[in-house]
Ligand binder design. Structure first.
Ligand code: E4P
Length: 215
């Protein structure tokens, strides 16, 4: 499974990129607003920092506006993916943008039906939101399993980006369920490599080594 970073913080991206773990980056208007920087400037900087796909979201709600924005954003870098909301206008935009060779990531997916039609419209990526779905009392893992089955059964090319990831459990479960990608906030990354028993083990090994050396 690939890891995308769900952030627009360039320092955070650079730090985790050093581990060779960043296969791409996703942003949304909330994430961009959090940085307080110019949208185009920050996206171009991220695109220059990572080799993989970088999602930048349109803010238009009508298909013509989305297409115009997407055509502009797509020129910012080779590795741009234009993020489009899961609406009727969004599907029309995805269909047209796919024909123009512009990669898309359909966001705010909460049902298998939404994922299926986004993939059929030509989306490069589909982004089901785990945390926000769990908040409504609906099991998000079932959605990932259904999407995996649907894409495989019908040979649809879209890749699943498990988004709105809130914890280690989400990451592990979507990996088992066959999600192509998990996009996770920078704050969650350390939980992927740390465990109290690992820390305790290192302390014990060091203590035993010191005792042996001082014999
Ligand atoms: C990524 O593509 C999504 O925009 C992001 O994961 C949403 O996460 P949130 O539900 O924590 O805001």
């Amino acid at each position: 499974m690939k890891f995308f970073l769900d952030t627009a913080n360039v320092n955070e991206i650079k730090r985790i990129n050093k581990l060779g773990l960043v296969d791409g980056v996703t942003t949304n208007p909330t994430i961009i607003a959090r940085e307080g920087r110019d949208f185009e400037e920050v996206i171009k900087e991220i695109c220059a920092t990572v080799d993989g796909p970088v999602s930048a979201e349109v803010i238009s709600l009508d298909s013509e506006g989305m297409i115009e924005e997407a055509k502009n954003i797509a020129q910012w870098a080779e590795n741009i993916v234009v993020k489009i909301p899961m609406t009727e206008a969004g599907l029309e935009a995805v269909n047209k943008l796919t024909k123009l060779g512009i990669k898309t990531n359909v966001t705010l997916i909460f049902t298998a039906a939404q994922g299926l039609i986004a993939a059929k419209a030509g989306a490069t990526y589909i982004s089901p939101f785990l945390g926000r779905l769990d908040d409504t009392g609906t099991d998000s893992l079932t959605l990932i399993k259904k999407l995996r089955t649907i894409l495989d059964t019908y040979g649809l090319k879209a890749e699943i980006i498990s988004a709105s990831v809130r914890g280690l459990e989400h990451v592990e479960k979507v990996a088992v369920a066959g999600s192509d990608i998990a996009t996770i906030p920078g704050s969650l990354f350390p939980k992927l490599w740390s465990h109290p028993l690992t820390d305790a083990g290192i302390v014990a090994f060091m203590k035993d080594w010191e005792a042996f050396k001082n014999q």
